[in-house]
Design a protein. Structure first.
Length: 261
């Protein structure tokens, strides 16, 4: 079987697939032949994701709802036994502010979506993976979990929990043909970044990126797709940095400017 269709006959579930990295991952898995189930809160944007996946000649089903809702998990039960590939991409963000100025309800939202939902979702899916002797679980973290992010303590804390989740679950699942890995992106040029992150802050981040540019959603998706493939069968418990070399070198680089003299 060619690498392009090596997930044919498999079913993948991607959370947070309405746009950006999640949509790119859904498309990448569809390109490998997987039937894709996409989860998210925005029905109209999930429809666009499904259209992009179906254009590849594979099935795509939307599962609209909030991962914090019991009703969403009730709808999940119908497809849970079929899922071979699970990608935890859904995220929630508290406002950029010092921790003491963030409302407890917003912190709870971040923890619910980033930590509790993956635990609950995986618990429903992984028994079926173990029974089949094949499974791929990939979570999307962030380099902020290891480097820290001023004004985003709740988000960084929640994402850092995915390291323990990944390594512990990998140990539990390794003898059952199920691999568990974590991808930590750096600054990726998504719609959310454009909407929520000040361009001046983006420039400061890029000064520490060896490649000197933001990444594309497809570049993260390519890494995820590989980890979900049979070719990655000997990789589990790994934390893969996809950041363009953020923090490589002792000094931040000055941005290149044209010399008009």
């Amino acid at each position: 079987m060619s690498a392009e269709r090596e997930l044919a006959g498999r079913t993948a579930l991607v959370t947070g697939a309405s746009r950006g990295i999640g949509r790119a991952i859904a498309v990448a898995l569809g390109a490998m032949g997987a039937r894709v189930i996409v989860a998210g809160r925005r029905e109209s944007e999930l429809a666009l994701t499904c259209a992009a996946v179906r254009a590849l000649g594979v099935e795509c089903e939307p599962l609209v709802g909030d991962l914090r809702d019991r009703a969403w998990f009730e709808r999940l039960e119908r497809v849970a036994p079929q899922i071979d590939v699970l990608v935890h991409n859904a995220a929630a963000f508290a406002p950029y502010a010092p921790l003491e100025r963030v409302e407890p309800a917003r912190i709870d939202e971040v923890l619910d979506v980033v930590v509790r939902a993956p635990l609950a979702l995986t618990a429903r899916v992984v028994p079926h993976m173990k029974a089949r002797g094949f499974g791929r679980i990939v979570s999307i973290g962030t380099i902020a979990a290891s480097h820290g992010a001023e004004g985003q303590v709740a988000y960084s804390t929640a994402k850092s929990a995915l390291v323990g989740f990944t390594k512990s679950l990998a140990a539990e699942c390794a003898r059952h043909g199920v691999t568990v890995n974590l991808v930590e992106p750096g600054l990726i040029a998504t719609e959310r970044i454009a909407e929520a992150v000040d361009p001046r802050f983006q420039e400061r981040l890029l000064a520490n990126v060896a490649l000197g540019r933001a990444g594309a959603s497809e570049e993260v998706a390519n890494a995820v797709a590989f980890l979900c493939s049979p070719r990655a069968a000997y990789i589990t418990g790994a934390v893969l940095n996809v950041s363009g070399g953020f923090g490589v070198g002792l000094y931040a680089r000055e941005r290149e400017r044209s010399d008009s003299r």
